[in-house]
Design a protein around this ligand. Structure first.
Ligand code: ATP
Ligand code: K
Ligand code: MG
Length: 706
């Protein structure tokens, strides 16, 4: 079984795998340690990753990037309109989901962002599988901490469609923190002051900061803040705008009227930007940019910094907010760790360093830290690896509330409750208690829509609780619902049950008075306040353990612990009497839709494979023709009669002519057949040659043995 971690970036995706000796980042088919997060469509097959990048400029209309930022969004969202500036294929709508319209195999097709992500993840799967020489299924993938429920569900669906099992969607900076902590042997002990590290990730589109406390064997995220539109691409765009104006004046060309020219300038601008991270000035030259005009100019680092000054002015904002929410000051931060490609920009480093007033740390590989953290997380969650236990306490970024219809029987009942607050621990389970006499519905939604990206709909899900009825005395059924913000940061009402008050005998606890009080508090006067979030988050499972169910387990365990006959007492307890079925409606795809998409994806994979195999057979044939032509008058010259030589040469020539004419675009079977035709002529000659080689070898061995 495979253990894989994936940093699915806006620009680049990095894949790490856990193997016996540790965690390694793997290379793709062209030996790169990062793969462009791009999907392209061609006349015969798709281009996934590297080939999509190679084809990009000649195939702009059919190439889609920004994949992760599109998944789970709607076309009308202003954020998606921003994204369209960076995506060369036209974005369209399918049933409320942003999609791209492309030409694939000569047909106009529309694919949802979820499908596009699953196409890319198929490629990730193939890359990892080729490297590991194993089928790949389990993985952990990272997302920006600000991703909402619907975005996270979209990525889960995409992974499933690609035949992957996502064990955890992990926040980017938390993954970096795990990679940092799990390899450190000098973390403070439980009773010591924790080590506090600020992790700052600035990538292609996105900037996040997490303040994390480390102790031996655990990390606790204290705060995570972000600027959702801050990254390398903003630098590139500032440069493109600058050069567009310069070229207009200097060369009288308007690149903004020519999409291909814009993309070429953007690619050159990105290169220039990288050079300016290490040099004070650099040239930019593009041949025949448009209208046969060659362009050439210089830029100084300080000029670039002036161009992005509006961005640089915002650097401190997430940092300040992170400290505020963690209730810490700059002096409390022991270490500032930078990750993400854009943190190589000297102006950003300077501003961050100045903000914290301390030397920055780069102990993590900036490009690989997040993928490595994900691979460690996958190893922790996977049964195949034994990993040092490391608990991960992440936090809730958006408060979530439940709302419900007022019960006709409880006139003064509230109809909403915020159950998860920003800064609460995540994952976490809360038990909600309702008093009802009939089936009821509740809805979950984000309590503060203004915190959400763009114009995200705050709705999360609708949950219908069935089989609820009054008891024989026409009294309320006590319904308990388990609301869980899970390892992925996705909310579900996972199960429901009902309880009855019963008198049970239980041992009198000798110690832990405080715990007893907590327990007593758990069920206050519920008639007035029908929804009681119980289970303090400190009791919740953490990442290193399998989901562990609580409350009820606790009671049964106590009831069973009667072996050593401790003193007991009679107490009134709520005892679980039966299950309540729950029907959930969420933003996840329906099973049937997912299955249909998975089937479609599989068919496209087969199509791609057939095209690749055909190409391979064609190349084999071409190589074989050249090889035979060279060898027939050389290596094989003494093993063929003149007549045979003439016949083979004629066959080779005919085959070559065919290959460059009608054979240019044949099927796999036809290439194989052509190869067999030549082999039929060449076979006896080659055989004679090998017989001779073998005879010589045998003779030599006999001489040696004698
Ligand atoms: P995101 O995290 O925003 O989704 P990502 O993970 O794909 O995106 P990274 O791979 O961390 O992003 O970083 C890519 C960005 O870093 C690109 O904009 C790239 O141009 C920029 N970058 C890489 N190296 C340098 C450098 N030496 N100087 C300046 N910028 C750089
Ligand atoms: K990345
Ligand atoms: Mg990134």
């Amino acid at each position: 079984m495979s253990v894989v971690g994936v940093d699915f970036g806006t620009a680049n995706t990095v894949i790490a795998v856990a193997r016996n000796r540790g965690v390694d980042v793997i290379t793709n088919e062209v030996s790169n340690r990062a793969t462009p997060s791009l999907v392209g469509f061609g006349p015969k097959s798709r281009y996934l990753g590297e080939p999509a990048k190679t084809q990009e400029i000649s195939n702009l209309k059919n190439t889609v990037g920004s994949l992760k930022r599109l998944a789970g969004r709607s076309l009308s969202d202003p954020d998606v309109q921003i994204e369209q500036q960076y995506v060369s294929a036209p974005l369209v709508d399918i049933n409320g989901q942003v999609s791209a319209e492309v030409t694939y195999m000569g047909q106009k097709e529309k694919y949802t962002a979820v499908q596009l992500v699953s196409m890319f993840l198929s490629k990730v799967k193939a890359t990892a599988s080729a490297e590991l020489k194993l089928p790949v299924s389990d993985l952990v993938m990272s997302v920006p901490a600000w991703f909402t429920d619907i975005q996270r569900r979209a990525l889960m669906d995409a992974a499933e469609i690609a035949g992957l099992k996502l064990l955890r969607l992990m926040n980017d900076t938390t993954a970096a923190a795990l990679g940092y902590g799990i390899t450190k042997t000098d973390l403070p002990a439980a009773e010591e002051k924790p080590r506090r590290v600020a992790f700052i990730d600035i990538g292609h589109s996105n900037y996040s900061c997490s303040i994390v406390e480390f102790k031996k064997g655990e990390l606790t995220v204290k705060s995570t803040t972000y600027d959702r539109h801050f990254g390398g691409r903003d630098f590139d765009k500032a440069l493109v705008d600058h050069f567009a104006a310069e070229f207009k004046e200097k060369y009288k060309i308007d690149i903004k009227t020519n999409p291909k020219a814009v993309v070429r300038v953007a690619a050159a601008a990105e290169k220039l930007k990288k050079i300016l991270s290490a040099n004070l000035q650099a040239p930019i030259n593009i041949e025949s940019l448009m209208n046969d005009v060659d362009v050439s100019t210089m830029m100084k680092r300080e000029e670039l910094e002036a161009l992005v000054e509006p961005l640089l002015k915002r650097v401190h904002v997430p940092l300040e907010q992170a400290l505020l929410e963690a209730k810490l000051t700059k002096d409390d931060i022991d270490i500032v760790e930078l990750v993400g490609g854009c943190t190589r920009v000297p102006a950003l480093k300077e501003r961050i360093q100045k903000f914290f007033g301390k030397t920055l740390s780069f102990t993590l590989n900036q490009d690989e830290a997040i993928a490595r953290g994900c691979a460690f997380s996958c190893a922790i969650l996977s049964p195949v690896f034994r990993v040092r236990d490391f608990a991960i306490h992440d936090i809730v970024n958006y408060p979530i509330e439940f709302t419900w219809e007022k019960s006709p029987d409880i006139p003064d009942e509230d109809t909403s409750l915020t159950v998860f607050n920003r800064g609460n621990q995540m994952p976490s389970t809360k038990i909600l208690t309702f008093y009802r006499k009939e089936a009821f519905n509740l809805e979950a939604k984000y309590a503060q829509p203004e915190l959400l990206p763009g114009k995200t709909n705050p709705w999360i899900g609708r949950f219908s609780v069935k089989n609820v009825k009054a008891d024989s005395k026409d009294d309320f059924m006590v319904c308990k619902l388990k609301a869980r913000l899970n390892l992925h940061g996705i909310l579900n009402v996972e199960s429901g049950y009902y309880v009855e008050d019963m008198e049970v005998e239980e041992p009198i606890p000798e110690e832990k008075e405080s715990e007893k009080k907590e327990g007593d508090k758990k069920d206050p006067d519920v008639r007035r306040d029908p929804v009681v979030p119980s289970q303090p988050s400190s009791e919740d499972e953490h990442a290193t353990k399998r989901p562990r169910l609580n409350e009820n387990l606790l009671t049964t365990k106590k009831a069973m612990e009667t072996d050593d006959k401790p003193k007991t007492r009679k107490v009134k307890k709520q005892v679980r009497k039966g299950d309540l079925p729950i029907i959930s409606g969420t933003a996840s795809l329906e099973e049937t839709a997912k299955a249909a998409a998975a089937e479609k994806e599989l068919a496209m994979i087969m199509e791609d494979k057939l095209v690749a195999d055909t190409e391979e057979k064609k190349n084999e044939l071409e190589t074989y023709i050249y090889e035979m032509r060279n060898k027939i008058d050389d290596t094989y010259a003494d093993f063929a009669s003149d007549e045979e030589k003439t016949k083979l040469k004629a066959k080779l020539e005919a085959s070559e002519d065919w290959l460059y004419d009608e054979g240019e675009d044949a099927t796999k079977a036809v290439y194989i057949a052509k190869m067999d035709e030549i082999r039929a002529v060449a076979g006896p000659i080659v055989q004679r040659y090998w017989d001779k080689v073998e005879a010589e070898r045998a003779a030599q061995k006999a001489a040696e043995d004698a």
